[in-house]
Ligand binder design. Structure first.
Ligand code: OXD
Ligand code: MN
Length: 585
């Protein structure tokens, strides 16, 4: 017997959207082979060189549909005040009326795919089922990589299980009627007129972050925009670290980090649990455990190379969909940063002939690879552990050319929550808007928190109280500080091991530090700047805390905090005041 509520909803959507066919996805190999065959035949996808990229495909999304559209993303909670000042709110009844008008008859001539999927490791008490109804076979194929899709999810659902609902239609890709609308009270997302990942793959940002964050608050856990990595030292001690960075700030690279030669030779290892989303819950021992709800990587391609991230390249060699990168004549792909020497000619992300002299980018800055996580050489043997992995450290980081030192540690959970709440970062191409502009991005969740950010911070503080001294330590990093000539002061990538080693030591109560007004900063020896080739002067600048710059930040944060009115936890206001006091007059 089937699942009555699910069948009734599919029928309701069928009547509304009037597709020619309804197809229930089982997630099988035969099914995906057929879908790829159909998409190649109708020109949706181009099959890549089968020797160099077996079973891999090339896709171009519409030129006006290449990134998340935050201004068209809505939280339709019953009360506007529950969406808070950082979300676009819309009245749920009105939004339903608007969307029903748009969805009416929109799938005529198309197939409605029913995509059952599981977020979280199979058999995990943390796993949750979602159903996405979509008319895009590209979305179906991407969901098959990014989630555990098909029969497995239906089995988990049984005949009466709960599920999150997502309804998506590519529509006609008119940006004027693009909506990514979340109805937290109904566990529902409706997305219209887009085919880009973050807007159309509804398991990822929409379910696993925006809707899940609302559920997490009710149930006492955290749904976060975080990678999870495992760090093993030469003594075999393993430390799991969760880290939140805004989109396109290197989460995938950090999650898959290859230690620099010194660390490799000494026997250090980094393993990947996840690169984008973490669900964190208390285990029976009172510690916080993390799972990666996803099953694939939707990684930013530009800048990914053998030097910066060989694990990502290995992961996306086969069974991968590339979106909006450049297409070479031999059926391979290219993007800026993949090789030092660009191809002499290729087709750019818009399908136009391109040469190095064209003066434009061959790949869109937010072009992506969609690859199975299991293909990543650094994938952790623990990545599908049903109970998750114990988290010892939480790291926050933004892209800041000035002011913020390479690494420092929070004094305690409350101070750490303040560090997360006051994170800011220079904008990247992952969302539509002005790249480079500095904006507040609390916990890297600004575009992903499904409710009032003030209540979210309160939830962080409450979770910290519940966990007490079993909570992870909290750190802040900044890989992106620049010198006066605009050059990066820190080499990053494999050398980030120096920072991770210190973080792991601090988690054991070791590792040298000195107290500074902003937190516990490393001593120069603890990081080993000289070994990395950072001069003494640069190391000083990298770690410097300029009191005037920080005071300016504190005043600006005060203005930011005012937005949250009486839902700003008093503790965060106190942390801001205390920082000002420590900075002195
Ligand atoms: C992503 C994003 O795609 O954060 O992961 O935009
Ligand atoms: Mn992300």
């Amino acid at each position: 017997m089937g699942h009555r509520r699910l069948e009734a909803w599919v029928e309701e959507v069928r009547r509304l959207t009037e597709p020619d066919h309804v197809y229930w996805c089982d997630g099988s190999q035969a099914e995906i082979d057929r879908l790829y065959g159909e998409m190649v035949a109708d020109g949706t996808l181009i099959r890549l060189n089968p020797e160099k990229h077996p079973n891999s495909y090339y896709f171009r999304s519409d030129v006006n549909d290449v990134a998340r559209v935050e201004q068209r993303t809505f939280i339709c909670s019953r009360l506007e005040s529950d969406a808070g000042p950082t979300n676009n709110w819309a009245d749920p009844a009105q939004m339903h009326a608007t969307l029903e008008g748009l969805f009416r008859g929109c799938m005529r001539g198309r197939t409605l795919y029913v995509v059952p999927y599981l977020m979280g490791p199979p058999g995990s008490p943390m796993a949750k089922v979602g159903i996405e109804l979509t008319d895009s076979p590209y979305v179906v194929a991407s969901m098959r990589t990014m989630t555990r899709m098909g029969a497995m999810a239906l089995d988990e659902l049984g005949t009466d299980g709960d599920f999150s609902r997502g309804l998506h239609s590519t529509g006609h890709l008119d940006p004027a009627v693009r909506y990514i609308s979340h109805f937290p009270d109904e566990n529902l997302v409706m997305s219209f007129s887009s085919n880009y990942g973050g807007n159309a793959l509804l398991g990822k940002k929409c379910f696993a972050l925006r809707l899940a964050s609302v559920v997490a608050r009710k149930e006492g856990w955290l749904a976060e925009h975080m990678l999870i990595l495992g760090l093993t030292d030469p003594q075999g001690r393993k430390t799991f670290i969760a880290a939140a960075f805004p989109s396109a700030c290197g989460k995938t690279n950090l999650a898959m980090l290859v230690p620099s030669d010194k660390y490799l030779a000494a026997g250090w290892k980094v393993e990947t649990v996840g690169d984008d989303i973490a669900w964190l819950k208390f285990g029976a021992d009172g510690r916080l455990y993390g799972v990666n709800p996803e099953a694939g990587f939707f990684g930013v391609a530009p800048g990914t190379s053998e030097e910066t991230n060989p694990n990502a390249l290995a992961a996306c060699r086969v069974n991968t969909i590339f979106t909006n990168v450049a297409l070479c004549e031999d059926g391979t792909v290219w993007w800026e940063g993949l090789t030092d020497v660009p191809p002499s000619h290729c087709l750019d992300w818009k399908g136009q002939p391109w040469t190095p002299g064209s003066g434009t980018k061959a790949a869109h800055p937010n072009s992506r690879f969609t690859a199975p996580a299991s293909q990543c050489p650094s994938i952790s043997p623990d990545w599908e552990k049903p109970e998750g992995v114990p988290i010892s450290a939480i790291v926050f980081g933004g892209r800041r050319s000035t002011t913020v030192p390479l690494v420092f540690e929070a004094f305690n959970w409350q101070h750490g929550t303040y560090l997360g709440a006051t994170m800011s970062s220079e904008k990247t191409a992952a969302a539509v808007g002005d790249v480079g502009e500095l904006r507040h991005d609390p916990m890297a969740m600004l575009p992903f928190c499904g409710y009032h950010m003030g209540d979210y911070w309160r939830h962080w503080l409450d979770v910290g109280k519940r966990g007490g001294d079993r909570m992870p330590r909290i750190f802040h990093v900044n890989w992106f500080r620049k010198d006066a000539d605009g050059g990066y002061l820190w080499p990053g990538y494999g050398d980030n091991m120096h920072v991770l080693e210190w973080i792991a030591a601090r988690c054991r109560g070791e590792g040298d530090y000195v107290d500074s007004p902003i937190g516990r900063v490393t001593t120069p020896d603890a990081i080993g700047f000289r070994e990395v080739g950072v001069s003494e002067a640069d190391a000083k600048e990298l770690m410097s805390v300029d009191r005037d710059e920080w005071r300016a930040d504190v005043f600006e944060r005060e203005v930011f905090f005012r937005k949250f009115g009486d839902r700003l936890p008093q503790e965060l206001r106190e942390e801001n005041d205390a920082l000002l006091e420590r900075l002195g007059e």
